[in-house]
Ligand binder design. Sequence first.
Ligand SMILES: NC(=O)c1ccc[n+]([C@@H]2O[C@H](COP(=O)([O-])OP(=O)(O)OC[C@H]3O[C@@H](n4cnc5c(N)ncnc54)[C@H](O)[C@@H]3O)[C@@H](O)[C@H]2O)c1
Ligand SMILES: O=C[C@H](O)CS(=O)(=O)O
Length: 484
Amino acid sequence: MLKLNNPDLLRNACLVAGEWVRAGSGETIIVTNPANGEIVGEVPSLAADEIEQAVDAAQKAFTTWSRLAAKDRSAALRRWFDLMVAHADDLAALMTAEQGKPLAEARGEALYAASFVEWFAEEGKRIYGDTIPAPTNDKRLIVLKQPIGVCAAITPWNFPAAMITRKAAPALAAGCTMIVKPAEQTPLTALALGVLAIKAGIPAGVFQVVTGKAREIGGVLTGSDVIRKLSFTGSTEVGRILMAQSAPTIKKLSLELGGNAPFIVFDDADLDAAVEGAIASKYRNAGQTCVCSNRLYVQAGVYDAFAEKLAARVAALPVGVGTEAGVLIGPLIDGDAIAKVESHVADAVSKGAKIVTGGKRHALGGTFFEPTVLTGTTQDMKIAREETFGPVAPLFRFETEEEVVAMANDTEFGLAAYFYTENVRRTWRVAEALEYGMVGHNTGLISNEVAPFGGVKQSGLGREGSRYGIEEYIEMKYLCSAIG
Ligand SMILES: NC(=O)c1ccc[n+]([C@@H]2O[C@H](COP(=O)([O-])OP(=O)(O)OC[C@H]3O[C@@H](n4cnc5c(N)ncnc54)[C@H](O)[C@@H]3O)[C@@H](O)[C@H]2O)c1
Ligand SMILES: O=C[C@H](O)CS(=O)(=O)O
């Protein structure tokens, strides 16, 4: 049974226009714990007309929220940040219950999510325009930066808090209003963020959370011409659908999509550091992050040593229910997820790969999977082409720098990449040659609120976090004033 220090955070209603509402139909979506299948809560399945009410409320709230002084919006966001930090344990308990990640990792995400609110509370006070020297002295030219308007966000289950605040914080800081549709697997955390937003004094309609059938809600949000901006984080497949649905209303889009990260270990790398980096980037959230290493390329001279070191560490990773102390690997989100992981391992083995450790469902049953290391993997395998989204590290052997850069870039994805070398010249060559939005050098952890997060190619459009993230919620207006 989920126990919260503040039970007020556990909601079974949607946040619309400052009120907690249920579906008129009474229809609900059950939320279950992936570790044991137990019911954690239930949330409304709102109908299209009820989503339209949220759109109307967001439009109404925009009029006043956008006209507030930036400093006043900043103060409200700062209060939201303070409340998120004060309630980090409860937010973590909700995430572990509905997503499965270990409690310590969930608490880390609660603070990571809060960091975006803290960051953009400040960035919102520094949205600067331009004055431009006019070509003739009878004109004055300026550039105004203004909030784009009503925004929508559709977010994934793997980071139930951070993927929401990484969008809502810059949107609200810029003066926009936002309607959030969280993943059906993890709505409770999103609703708890709504509780804290109200407590922070964020006015009704500025931040709203709606739950229900994804396609139906997506159809309303993408089809509305009141909504000027859609920010989506999720699979590339769904990103394509939403992009197409947004075309008729020419929405501004931010797309944070799928990945297929290469993790390259050159023969001059610090092998122990590379092993720790691989553990961090591959097995975080049981391998269910968009920036997880998906392909590990190891130069021939150190391949066997790296494989042995990594397998020893992976075999010792504690698997279990996220609420148990010391657990580092929780369950996968659902049956489809574990079936995909199994299919990747089976395909690799059928084409000649060897299982060094793990390789099958964990004895705990359910959606627990053994942390796995494969050797002898090759580019023709599913695990090289698709995002595994599970705790499986396939090791690919390579001979030369040119060969591995070509293999690393041989994908439609371009989100994150990692490489380990102590050679300065090689560092510049490889960093510049990798076709990815984000590159880690001698580290497997690159994500934070101050750096631009996002991908190239079919991993998305735009950037989140950093000083760039707020630009996604701003329109530029050029004013030419004749004074002659
Ligand atoms: N680039 C990033 O920052 C980032 C971050 C996290 C996850 N991801 C990606 O997300 C995927 C895993 O998350 P997921 O399984 O929740 O992704 P998903 O695309 O299945 O779902 C994401 C969100 O979209 C909604 N959705 C699904 N189909 C929809 C439709 N037809 N219309 C409207 N909404 C729809 C879902 O309900 C959910 O809220 C992985 O590919 C991962 O790489 C990317
Ligand atoms: O899944 C992708 C998220 O963006 C994870 S993180 O931002 O790297 O923590």
